[in-house]
Design a binder for this molecule. Sequence first.
Ligand code: ATP
Ligand code: MG
Length: 389
Amino acid sequence: MPRKVQERLDAADEILRALRSGEVDAIVASGPDGDRVYTLKGADEAYRLMIQNMGEGALTIAPDGLILFSNEKLASMLATPHERVIGSSFHNFIVPEDAGIFSALLTQKLAAGAKCEVRLKANGGRLIPVALSANRLKSDGVHCFCVIVADLTDQKRNEEVLHALSARLLRLQDEDRRRIARGLHNGAFQHLAALEFKLTLVGQDASAELPPAARRNLTECLELVGECCQDLGNLAYLIQPPLLEEQGLGSALRAYVNGYNRRLGPQISIDLPRRMGRLPAHVETTLFRVAQEALTNIERHSGSATAEIRFLRKPGELLLEIADHGCGISRKTLKQLNEGTGLSGIGIAGMRERIRQLGGLIKIYSSSRGTRVQVNLPTKSTRLGRHPA
Ligand SMILES: Nc1ncnc2c1ncn2[C@@H]1O[C@H](COP(=O)(O)OP(=O)(O)OP(=O)(O)O)[C@@H](O)[C@H]1O
Ligand SMILES: [Mg+2]
């Protein structure tokens, strides 16, 4: 074998050995413009050890996605031999639907680091949800990216379990409310109504013979029974308005707002389409509960004298807005609410979870001039058609 060929083979052998042992300090990429050499400076022993032993995947890539360096963790995540990971394009490991997200990440200003979530496809087809955080590096005048890959499989699984649990809790809560409201209406409310009727009869039959004190007591009893009926009716209505099941969201919202406006709280105006039509029962319940929770918040926290509810059916989506003109939510609380990290209450968290289960979005806009809760539900979502598990 000519010496030159032997030398080249030896050199190739050496590169392969270095690749396998993770000792690569440079990689040569051949392209239409000739060979490009990427050196991995600063890859000394301590640095290598730290990167190799960390719990996350780590890699260095060229701007076109060529993997110049990867640690063992990334190779094991991808179930691909380490030496095959290095020198491949990182784009090949990203599921096609998420390719745009990754490309966008590399075009962001990366001075302070940029983050995104994508799915990687491991050898064998397993999909791995990961969080990528990238930083731009400049080495020998050549731009590269340092990328840390955190496996989110466990986190996503836990989130799914939590979402399923919240969905069950919210559904049980709705069923309980329905049961309690029905129980109040068919039980205590009916008994009180009968009692009121009988007391009225007693009053009529015996009114002439009753001493004045007994007559006064009887009148007071009748008044008390009347108040109990009123309180129970209001309570049953707050728990589960009967109109929601019977006549749908529009009638239930109108009746609820009328009840609200009879009290001393904020005056609510309501803007609904003239012909609301019916939606699946669980969608109507969800939208009603969101409006109810938002109105409770307006009364408790906003100090606003007025508020508006608006409901629109647009092509492909439903829109519900509840707005007030009160003090607004502080910037800190709003950030916590939007990130789901707030510890104050469960009202907004519950609204968000209900809407999420239907594949919709809830946004809260707030300033010193008031707060607006905006809900968008896609009507084409398959989830609108069936009750979430
Ligand atoms: N319309 C509003 N105007 C002003 N602040 C609001 C408004 N809605 C919500 N907030 C603020 O956001 C916080 C969180 O609201 P959320 O409904 O999640 O909890 P809560 O009302 O405090 O308690 P819970 O609803 O569990 O009884 C409130 O404590 C309040 O500070
Ligand atoms: Mg609340």
